[in-house]
Design a protein around this ligand. Structure first.
Ligand SMILES: NC(=O)c1ccc[n+]([C@@H]2O[C@H](COP(=O)([O-])OP(=O)(O)OC[C@H]3O[C@@H](n4cnc5c(N)ncnc54)[C@H](OP(=O)(O)O)[C@@H]3O)[C@@H](O)[C@H]2O)c1
Length: 261
């Protein structure tokens, strides 16, 4: 099913993990896709697979999104080609495990650049177009760690707290303009995240780890339903409820136990 409509789903970080799964699930719905990440080979192989399997249009854009200029160029290029992005999946991001003072400052700042500044910039550009059309959907991939400061993930958990708060606020700001903004808050999941984060996978973490398929499905459903946010999986939901219902020292201790830090 090839869509004749000029309506595209832009997925950042589509070369692996959740981003790749978003591409699979939206392609299965017959949507036209724009796949963005740095690893061109992975994007092109995925695009080939999706075109062959679902007969959908897939554009591939190699981009290092930690540069705001690159984001501005990407937006301008799509605009010049009259490509309309109706769904933006703000997924590209990473974390680093380690004591704050033992990590180089440059690594912490680079993470903030991608996880906060770039996400803010790309949202600003595409949300403005959506507001003008009075139509659009934006999914922000936050984290279960958005809900609390987590030892040895200080910068990452703070960055994801930003993503969740930013998303919650935009959900309300843009509601009246026909633009839905939803935050997806996954817990530990089986993607490239852990190895990029140099994270130790404890036996407990391995037991609670989710596969990308149900996480992404929960995100897409919540976005379609116009929800403010979603925490996928029963265990993750329980942890998010405990965060509201218990003193900080209790749920921080619990999270440190689960994360093995
Ligand atoms: N997996 C988990 O346990 C978990 C839990 C909560 C939240 N999350 C969040 O989920 C999102 C996706 O991560 P994942 O778990 O799917 O991990 P992943 O498999 O490592 O995927 C990360 C994606 O981000 C892209 N990316 C990284 N830096 C980039 C850059 N500078 N420019 C463009 N693209 C970049 C990577 O592509 P290239 O390397 O090709 O650029 C890759 O496609 C992240 O925001 C992460 O924080 C993950």
């Amino acid at each position: 099913m090839q869509s004749s409509e000029n309506s595209w789903v832009l997925i950042t970080g589509a070369s692996s993990g959740f981003g790749r799964e978003f591409a699979q699930q939206y392609a299965a719905e017959g949507r036209s896709l724009i796949l963005v990440a740095r690893r061109l080979n992975e994007l092109e192989m995925l695009a080939e697979e999706l075109r062959a399997r679902y007969a959908v249009d897939v554009l591939v854009q190699q981009a290092d999104l930690s540069s705001i200029d690159v984001i501005i160029d990407l937006h301008r290029d799509l605009h010049d080609r009259n490509i309309v992005v109706d769904i933006l999946i703000n997924n590209a991001g990473y974390g680093l495990q380690g004591a704050f003072l033992d990590e180089p400052l440059e690594s912490s700042l680079a993470m903030i650049d991608l996880d906060i500044a770039s996400l803010t910039a790309i949202t600003r550009l595409f949300a403005e177009d959506m507001r003008a059309r009075r139509k659009g959907h934006i999914l922000m991939v936050a984290s279960l760690l958005s809900y609390q400061g987590v030892k040895n993930f200080a910068v990452y958990s703070a960055a994801k707290a930003y993503v969740l708060r930013f998303s919650d606020a935009l959900h309300r700001e843009l509601k009246g303009d026909g633009v839905v903004v939803t935050a997806l808050c996954p817990g530990m999941s089986d993607t490239g995240f852990a190895s990029n984060a140099k994270q130790k996978i404890t036996p407990l973490l391995r037991r609670v780890m989710m596969q990308p398929q149900p996480v992404v499905q929960a995100g897409i459903r919540a976005l379609q339903a116009g929800r403010m946010s979603v925490v996928p999986g029963f265990g993750n939901k329980a942890i998010s409820v405990l965060t509201w219902a218990t003193p900080r020292r209790f749920h921080q201790g619990l999270m440190e136990h689960v994360m093995g830090v």
